[in-house]
Design a protein around this ligand. Structure first.
Ligand code: SF4
Length: 491
């Protein structure tokens, strides 16, 4: 059986069956996407930066080394009192395995530091540390404190890219200590589960993304409670306990208004529109923004994870059901534009695109929220753009929530779910897009376009992909609106 790692321990909290299977077969996961690789690269570069905070520290692991070699190196570094800190220290004891990001030596014991790519500590981080403390102490390491090393909220684009500027430390000693007894108990319980018989599947929210879905559940009916929006693990367990496994079985007293609407559509078995057909006044601008929240900001007045818009598409409908033209903005399309702040350019182009529209259609509060942040940041024109979005805005998602009853939606209202239900032929267009077909792909493409290392022909190729993707997102909104207008009235 494979040793229990901290990530297996954290995953087991969601599903013990998954932990049991993975202990025997290894991790079941899809090949990492380009976006996941980018996030992994970020984690690795932050870990390297964190080493700046511990001068004289040495790494117990280098690329190409096995876990066993890393453990041997760790033991040697622990035994050498001249080493002030150990990076990537590896331990295996009593079936538990841990890799500590940083172990800092002090006269009266070690401080365990974990490097995370967020800005604020979360409960899961403390439990993660408590698990590692359990392993380290079993291995005979006296841990006298724990801490998190995270992105420094005061870091701004252009500052030196080293640990001293980019990162900050949090002392998590008391939070971790408070969890130690609980984690120790959970580890023992989990090890008993792992050594016992294969646990039966249980409906948990994680099933929805799990690669073992077919193995655990076979072919579930589309109205299984597992597919109901807002159904959390604990609720589903309680429903299963009552013998309710289909959305139609659930009593209204158990459901939110949105879930009740979903249940009605499933029971009826066909789509309808609740209320009169929405008829926004033309000309109509259908607008979609793309922005990124880089962990390491590139603009001088932006901190980690601050929104930076880089693209919009705006389709104009002047005559009913005819998209006359597209206005689009994308930065940076050439190397010369790399030094520019995209935000004023974005707003300027946006104002030009939407000024003549009587109605501005967008999907969810994302666009107005972004304009609020740009207004607060003092970007010229952002206040006017926000005013236009607030006075002429038409949030299509709100209309979907209030009026669309469709058996395939099961309470979900994101455009990615609504489009295939209402406009299946348009949803297929996403499959024909070259390179960029979702938000994650877009994030990877813009990161590549922003890189000074990217050659111009590649930047142009990525630009074409992003323009096609964002243009389709905006066009899709028009088709969703028209499909809602065409739905039959309430039965
Ligand atoms: S499909 Fe669900 S029950 Fe099966 S292993 Fe995955 S999370 Fe667990």
């Amino acid at each position: 059986m494979k040793p229990l790692t901290k990530s297996a321990y954290m995953r087991a909290k969601a599903c013990r069956r998954l932990a049991w299977i993975e202990a025997r077969e290894g991790r079941h996961q899809a090949e990492a996407t380009a976006a996941e690789k980018l996030r992994r690269d970020l984690g690795e570069s932050l870990s390297r930066c964190a080493q700046d905070l511990f001068p004289g520290g040495l790494s117990a692991w280098h690329k190409g080394m096995s876990e066993e070699q890393a453990r041997t190196a760790t033991a040697a570094l622990v035994a050498d009192p001249s080493v002030p800190a150990i990076f990537e220290a590896a331990f295996l004891v009593d079936g538990l395995s841990a890799r500590a990001d940083v172990l800092e030596r002090t006269p009266d014991g070690w401080i365990l530091h974990e490097v995370k790519s967020g800005k604020t500590p979360k409960n899961g981080h403390f439990e993660d540390l408590a698990f590692q403390v359990r392993v380290l102490e079993k291995a005979g390491i006296r841990v006298r404190g724990t801490g998190l090393i995270m992105l420094n909220p005061a870091y701004r684009g252009g500052m030196p890219l080293d640990g001293l500027h980019l990162l900050t430390r949090f002392d998590t000693g008391s939070e971790t200590s408070a969890l130690r007894a609980k984690v120790a108990r959970r580890v023992v319980e989990l090890q008993e589960v792992l050594e016992g018989p294969e646990p039966a599947p249980a409906r948990v929210t994680e099933c929805r993304e799990c690669l073992l879905m077919a193995r655990c559940w076979g072919e579930l009916p589309p109205d299984d409670i597992l597919f109901l929006s807002g159904a959390r693990s604990r609720k589903m367990a309680a429903w299963e306990g009552q013998g309710w496994t289909r959305i139609g079985d659930l009593p209204a007293s158990e459901l939110s208004p949105q879930q009740i609407a979903a249940q009605e559509a499933i029971r009826f078995g066909a789509a309808w529109r609740d209320g009169p057909a929405p008829a926004p006044t033309g000309p109509i601008a259908y607008v979609d923004f793309e922005s990124e929240m880089p962990a390491i900001p590139y603009l001088p007045d932006c901190g980690p994870f601050e929104d930076a818009p880089y693209q919009f598409s705006c389709w104009i409908e002047e005559e009913p059901r005819t998209l006359a033209r597209e206005e689009a903005f994308l930065w940076p399309q050439t190397e010369d534009e790399l030094g520019l702040d995209p935000r004023p350019l974005f707003v300027e182009a946006l104002l030009r695109a939407v000024e003549g529209a009587e109605t501005i259609v967008f999907y969810s509060g994302f666009e107005t929220d972004l304009l609020k942040r740009l207004t607060r940041a003092g970007i010229p024109g952002a206040e006017r753009a926000l005013e236009l979005f607030e006075t002429r805005g038409f949030d299509l998602e709100k209309v979907v929530k209030q009026q669309v009853r469709h058996p395939d939606l099961r309470g979900y209202t994101s455009i990615k779910q609504v489009l295939p239900a209402l406009c299946p032929e348009m949803a297929l267009e996403y499959k024909t897009l070259p390179g960029v077909a979702n938000g994650d792909d877009a994030g990877v493409a813009i990161a590549e376009m922003r890189s000074p290392q990217t050659i111009q022909s590649r930047r142009a190729e990525r630009a074409a992909e992003l323009l096609a993707y964002c243009g389709l997102d905006a066009r899709a909104m028009a088709h969703v609106l028209w499909a809602i207008q065409d739905l039959p009235a309430a039965p």
